[in-house]
Write a protein that binds this ligand. Structure first.
Ligand code: DX5
Ligand code: ZN
Length: 220
């Protein structure tokens, strides 16, 4: 039993063959990361409710929905109805994080809070024991294939410390630039839930890529 999880990010999948790509990782991990972008909070658009609803018909994987959008409160019910297992919102996108946490939990879902690399890490620390997952963005959100940012390790370590000091079981996630080189560095800094897009779906064999990422931690 390992103490960490890997969540392939479908942003890097071939959307023309989305279920084929999801099936390629289904037996290798239970977690699937789904990026939702609005063109406001981030400079890009991606998938939305109808796609989540459609893929839910064909898999029981845990759907980790990463909302990169303003007004997240408007989209909790639609994504809950579509089959999300967890909804992660950005701390920068709400004035009422407590209310949003309650709203997400009211649908029986797990809750995550994400933080942009330009936001002081202190803003998320008070939530270390209030949510199921804290997502430290390790790239500027909006695009796949960016490089793991310098300074990420210190930010991950600060969240790790806050979680441990509170004796919480909160998952500490990283997203952006995670590959065979950076995954161990992020693990050593305290991350335990690794989102990986291009490192998984950019590989010849996505399922094997998940196993290889896992072994970068377990074999070292
Ligand atoms: C980017 C998204 C990520 C993205 C990561 O803003 O939130 O989930 O898919 O892509 P890679 O792993 O290619 O950096
Ligand atoms: Zn993401």
């Amino acid at each position: 039993m390992s103490d960490f999880e890997i969540a392939p990010s479908v942003l890097a999948a071939d959307f023309g063959y989305l279920m084929r790509d999801i099936k390629a990782v289904e037996g290798k991990t239970n977690y699937l990361h789904l990026d939702v972008m609005d063109g406001h909070f981030v400079d890009n658009l991606s998938i939305g409710v109808p796609v989540v609803e459609c893929i839910r018909k064909y898999t029981d994987m845990f759907f980790d929905v990463h909302l990169m959008l303003t007004n997240p409160e408007k989209f909790i019910k639609p994504f809950a109805d579509a089959g999300a297992s967890m909804i992660t919102f950005h701390i920068e996108c709400t004035k009422d994080p407590e209310g949003l946490i309650k709203l997400i939990r009211s649908y029986g879902l797990k809750v995550g809070i994400s933080i942009h690399p330009h936001t002081p890490i202190e803003e998320v620390l008070p939530f270390a024991d209030k949510v199921d997952l804290i997502l430290v963005m390790t790239v500027v959100p909006g695009f796949g294939g960016s490089s793991y940012l310098n300074g990420s390790d210190e930010r991950i370590a600060a969240v790790r410390k806050a979680i441990d000091e509170k004796g919480a079981k909160t998952f500490l996630s990283v997203d952006g630039g995670i590959n065979k080189k950076t995954i161990k560095e992020a693990y050593d800094s305290g991350a335990r839930y690794f989102v990986a897009g291009s490192a998984v779906f950019g590989a010849e064999d996505a399922g094997k890529a998940v196993e290889e990422l896992r072994s970068c931690i377990t074999m070292s």
